[in-house]
Design a protein around this ligand. Structure first.
Ligand SMILES: Cc1cc2nc3c(=O)[nH]c(=O)nc-3n(C[C@H](O)[C@H](O)[C@H](O)COP(=O)(O)OP(=O)(O)OC[C@H]3O[C@@H](n4cnc5c(N)ncnc54)[C@H](O)[C@@H]3O)c2cc1C
Length: 239
């Protein structure tokens, strides 16, 4: 998406966090970026689980959870074929799923829920390693070289949201850990919105923001819910 945007003429400024968005009376907004004021006719807030104080009402309409993955060193070809003969990525049908694949260089990659939303902590890493070995004992001696974790935004009903925050200011978020395809699809919806397609004709409903009930207790509630679903999964209760 980075390459597609620059090929289309977009300028990308990294290390330039927006610290405030002030909607303008005539539409669009003035953004504060690295202490400078930047005027924009159209603004798309695409910060998902990192929205925080940038638009508090949005940040209060989802809960942050951690998604984490670890990867082995590239594995011998014979072992790769033994583990996933069709090289298809797989995902479990539980509520708190593990999913895995073999990447183009032959690394085994497994992912699942993490404990900390900011970075990969050792206990998450170990939990993922154990999950991999429980499912594929051949990985008992594998070297786990890489690992990473980030926040993902979860909504109450597992569905993403599109809001018009102010005239010319749009957001899409809440992909519940499935934003690669959905974020791309909603990017097209936001493009149509900016081009002037009426809200009612967009391919996704534009809804008002709904603050999560009991918002201050949300992180505690999320941890409780994850553990509850883990217990149900362990007991074999269908997701
Ligand atoms: C380990 C892991 C595995 C995953 N696996 C899958 C998968 O297999 N399939 C799938 O569909 N999804 C997967 N996801 C989820 C997917 O990555 C997210 O749903 C998706 O990235 C959300 O896209 P986004 O662009 O809305 O937000 P993000 O990708 O979170 O991007 C938010 C952006 O906002 C920027 N930002 C934040 N604050 C500011 C600010 N103040 N000013 C300017 N910029 C700011 C950040 O730098 C970042 O670039 C996974 C996530 C993780 C962490």
């Amino acid at each position: 998406s980075w390459i597609a945007a620059t090929d289309a003429g977009a300028a990308i400024h990294d290390r330039s966090p927006v610290t405030a968005i002030a909607p303008a009376p005539g539409g669009g907004a003035t953004l504060t970026v690295n202490g400078h004021a930047v005027k924009a006719r159209h603004v798309v807030l695409a910060t998902d689980a990192y929205t925080d104080r940038l638009w508090p009402a949005v940040a209060q309409s989802y809960v942050n959870v951690s998604s984490a993955q670890i990867a082995t060193d590239p594995l011998p070809r014979a072992l790769q074929e033994q583990l996933l003969p069709l090289r298809a990525g797989i995902s479990e049908t539980r509520k708190i799923t593990y999913y895995c694949r073999i990447d183009p260089e032959g690394r085994f990659v497994i992912g699942g829920r993490g404990h900390s939303s900011e970075q990969l902590d050792p206990s998450t890493s170990e939990q993922l390693r154990r999950a991999a070995v429980a499912r594929f004992p051949e990985l008992a001696d594998a070297t786990w070289r890489h690992g990473w974790a980030c926040r993902v935004g979860m909504t109450m009903d597992d569905l993403p949201r599109v809001h018009r925050l102010a005239p010319g200011v749009w957001t899409a978020y809440g992909y519940c850990g499935r934003g690669v395809a959905m974020g791309t699809a909603l990017g097209r919806v936001l493009t149509d919105a900016i081009r002037g397609v009426p809200e009612g004709d967009l391919d996704f409903p534009v809804t008002p923001i709904e603050r999560m009930p009991f918002y201050p207790a949300r992180q505690f509630g999320a941890t409780l819910a994850i553990n509850w679903y883990r217990l149900r999964d362990a007991l074999g209760v269908p997701a």
